[in-house]
Design a protein around this ligand. Sequence first.
Ligand SMILES: Nc1ncnc2c1ncn2[C@@H]1O[C@H](COP(=O)(O)OP(=O)(O)OP(=O)(O)O)[C@@H](O)[C@H]1O
Ligand code: SF4
Ligand SMILES: [Mg+2]
Length: 412
Amino acid sequence: MADNKEKVEENKQENNSSYISAKESRKITKFNRKVTKKLEADRANAKKDPSLYTTKMKDENNVVEFDNVCTYFFTDVGVVKSVDGINFNIPKCSTVGVVGESGCGKSVTSLSLMQLLQRPSGQTVGGEIRFNLGDGTAYNIVNTPTAKMQEIRGNRISMIFQEPMTSLNPVFKIGMQVNEVLELHNPEMSKEQIKARTLEMLEMVGIANKEGVYEMYPHELSGGMRQRVMIAIALACSPELIIADEPTTALDVTIQAQILDLLAGLKNKINSSIMLITHDLGVVASMADYVVVMYAGRVIEKGTADDIFHHPAHPYTIGLMKSKPVVGKKVDSLYNIEGNVPNPVDMPDYCYFRDRCNMQCERCKAKVGEAGGDYPPEIKISDTHFVSCYRFFEEGEVIGYPKTVNAEELLK
Ligand SMILES: Nc1ncnc2c1ncn2[C@@H]1O[C@H](COP(=O)(O)OP(=O)(O)OP(=O)(O)O)[C@@H](O)[C@H]1O
Ligand code: SF4
Ligand SMILES: [Mg+2]
């Protein structure tokens, strides 16, 4: 009988490589409990010592700097390395587009910046996210205590989500919801001043009947109007950075264009920056000054919009550009990149795109441990253009390999 059970177990494992036995599952749960407990304790300690979360920007012209950031989820099937050693900056008064296919870590990057990860399972385990405080110092968001984050969120960094209906509270009137943000961050303002500012914001986002909308509930507005209200809430305190995570995906094309124009106009009015997350390359092309391309939790290429759209260097970016429909160009079928992203719980040591790449060079074919067998380093190919691909290893300047975290070592 016992033999039979073992055989069934063995067969299951052979048929499914992601099968986890009860013993392994218990081991993972125990490890997750230990590691998240330790990380939460470290966070609580950091709160007591400002030197652990106060730092300096590398470049004062940036509003945010992501420096080798690693955000992992400790799940029942193992450690999911959603964001694994990413580096990029958001310069002041600019729009940075973050693109990449579904599940590549775009939202997790923005949630790490807002410290809105689902804790304790989601944790930023390595690197620094520096937010410029404008007085020569910066916060390292990774260690910043919740009380300080509450002063920043909605005030200095705000977020516009994809689906406004899920972000607006259905049981409160629109006016109250905009007022709430202003009240929280401006305790010195009187009730009348707050109402006046709310009406001013509703007008600014193009709502004609501002007095009427002030008294309405979210369900009484159209999708486009709700997204305008979300923008009014996000911009109410004139933040230095607006994170827009797929802000127009739920809207039709004409409303989408209006909302994007509005966002771009308001951004210039209040001199803020935008981190624009989307998989719509058309939106990025029309809005972004800089573009960051992510793949499987890593930044694989970054540069100005011109670099990425007119001189894409990474085979994945080249594929993305080819898969973009072009008006007036007749094709039988749109280009698609064959293959899948590797399993996030068990990423390979070599280039994550290798199994889908049709441009491999000799270096890419090397075994792990040999020159080229490792994940490619970040390579500078012009003053503004960086790519993680061995095709540029000889001609470009090697900046460095991603610094990642070994989850086992977090317990040491
Ligand atoms: N709470 C969570 N628990 C476990 N894994 C998570 C969690 N949130 C995100 N992930 C994983 O992290 C990875 C990145 O997710 P993320 O939401 O950042 O993708 P995305 O690039 O924003 O995709 P999309 O374009 O579909 O919004 C995915 O593999 C996802 O499964
Ligand atoms: S490093 Fe090699 S395998 Fe990876 S994307 Fe570049 S050419 Fe392709
Ligand atoms: Mg997302």
